[in-house]
Design a protein around this ligand. Structure first.
Ligand code: 5AD
Ligand code: SF4
Length: 485
């Protein structure tokens, strides 16, 4: 991450009449400067500043990547807007389940009709879906109006690709098979001034048999702790109070560093940064969750009382076929250990229903774990077959109807348990970080508790970004209504 002033200094050094530098990030600074010149030309031609819109699909990692894209577009001189009417639309895609892909194709149809009316309009695609060769083929064949496609490993190259796109009238496709480095010090535009995601690692080496992430995000790479701590220190200086450390499997952070460091040790360092009041992280894999991490959470004043611990299935047999490397009993024992050391923790999870070979008995095991683990919330997904993953070759024996029935049953169990669980907090006093004004006329704001639950309470815009004490007066299922105390 680089701030605006330092970027300006770096841009000043760049000479656009010379060839672009070979080293990063200097090369991209050169192209940011060049993009500025292109945007200035466009501004003169249009008689207004060109607009851009970044649309994000998928997870927190993608949301963070979009902040990087937006930061670059801002530095290039674009005016950002929420609507896809913009002159430049960037779709940052997700491919974890097929419905995410289908949504992107739907949006492309919609944006195509707008492009026909606006000759200045450009459309760029990036993110996980673009790492799949079959997707690229389909876009090249059926969506010829797309101007730029890039992948997850070369997002840092966006300024250069942007310039290439504006100077070419053909579709530019730049996809890398593997990431060879982590490029630091590019601009970022944060969505919230008071909270921010921070990548601590990229990729995943777990190869759960249903999951496409290791293929589209590549091998696991940890960022150096100095870079992470420096970035968080700078964010704290800018007024950020809450940080979310991001990685596909944060529990294995640091294993491939020159000087290995555990995730718990990293958290202890983050804890020392003045100004940071809350620390979150996402996502944990149960097989790598250490006692050291549980104890670090227990002893911390800043680490939030929330752990997202994807279960996927409660059946040991299915877990084995999923290559998750833990058993039903192992997961339950871990959950009990966590509750015994951190009684006020809120556990949430992910569950997949309809994995190949899953029977009623397996679903019963999943339901059993949901009840016994007492999750505050669970995201339940229908299994989606991803080409290229080991599970894609496994036979699905259950009928569509059976799978839907199982899904409904799991969902109902999740909702019932979550409702009972959440009710335990009614009447408690807790601290909430106020995130946004939720209703101007009723003067209500929305805040987030340490355990990640949402609470609405009376207040106005002056509370946004502040941590306030609230009494949770009313439980509305998955959220609370409260009052300030
Ligand atoms: N089908 C359904 N759900 C999936 N997930 C990952 N891959 C698939 C798939 N092929 C879910 C997992 C993961 C979450 C981010 O998405 O539950 O934890
Ligand atoms: Fe996918 Fe498993 Fe890696 Fe999560 S841990 S990203 S589910 S392979």
């Amino acid at each position: 991450m680089i701030d605006h002033e330092n970027l300006e200094r770096s841009l000043e050094r760049m000479d656009l009449s010379a060839a672009p530098p070979e080293t990063e990030p200097d090369r991209q600074y050169y192209f940011i400067k060049k993009a500025r010149a292109l945007v200035a030309e466009q501004t003169a031609r249009l008689g207004r500043t060109p607009t851009c819109c970044v649309v994000t699909f998928g997870c927190q990692m993608n949301a963070r990547d979009s902040e990087k894209l937006s930061g670059i577009l801002r530095e290039a001189g674009f005016q950002s807007m929420e609507s896809e009417e913009a002159d430049l639309v960037v779709y940052n895609t997700c491919t974890v389940r097929d419905n995410a892909n289908q949504r992107v194709y739907g949006r492309l149809g919609f944006v195509h009709s707008m492009k026909k009316k606006n000759p200045e309009k450009h459309v760029a695609l990036c993110g996980c879906m673009m790492q799949e060769p079959s997707v690229i083929e389909k876009i090249q064949k059926s969506y010829r109006f797309v101007d730029l496609i890039f992948g997850t490993h070369n997002i840092f190259k966006f300024p250069e690709l942007l310039c290439n796109m504006y100077e070419s009238d053909r579709m530019i496709v730049d996809i890398w098979g593997q990431a060879d480095r982590i490029v630091e010090d590019l601009p970022v535009e944060r969505k919230y001034p008071f909270k921010s995601g921070i990548n601590i690692m990229f990729g995943c080496d777990n190869f759960c048999s249903y999951c496409i992430v290791p293929y589209v995000r590549g091998r696991e790479r940890s960022r150096r702790p100095e870079e992470i701590l420096e970035e968080i220190g700078r964010l704290a200086g800018e007024g950020v109070k809450e940080v979310m450390l991001l990685g596909q499997n944060v529990n294995s952070y640091g294993k491939n560093l020159e000087r290995p460091l555990t995730f718990a040790q990293l958290l202890q360092e983050v804890e020392k940064i003045p100004g940071i009041e809350r620390i979150r992280f996402m996502t944990s894999h149960p097989k790598d969750l250490s006692d050291e991490l549980i104890e670090t959470m227990r002893d911390s004043q800043k680490i939030c009382r929330h752990l997202h611990l994807p279960l996927q299935s409660g059946s040991t047999r299915i877990l084995q076929a999923m290559n998750r490397r833990y058993t039903k009993e192992g997961y339950l024992a871990l959950v009990e250990k966590i509750y015994s050391k951190i009684p006020d923790i809120s556990l949430t999870t992910d569950i997949i229903v309809g994995f190949p070979g899953e029977t009623k008995r397996d679903v019963e095991d999943t339901i059993d774990v949901i009840r016994r683990a007492r999750f505050d919330n669970a995201f339940t997904f229908l299994y989606s077959r991803r080409t290229g993953t080991p599970a894609a070759a496994m036979e699905i024996t259950a009928s569509k109807e059976e799978i839907q029935e199982n899904f409904d049953l799991v969902l109902k169990t999740v909702q019932d348990t979550a409702r009972e669980q959440v009710a335990r907090l009614t009447g408690q006093r807790q601290y909430a970080l106020t995130e946004e004004v939720n209703n101007q006329t009723l003067r209500m704001v929305t805040g987030r508790l340490s355990n990640n639950m949402i609470v609405h309470y009376p207040g106005d815009a002056s509370l946004v970004g502040k941590i306030v004490e609230v009494e949770l007066t009313e439980n509305r299922g998955f959220y609370f209504v409260g009052r300030r105390v």
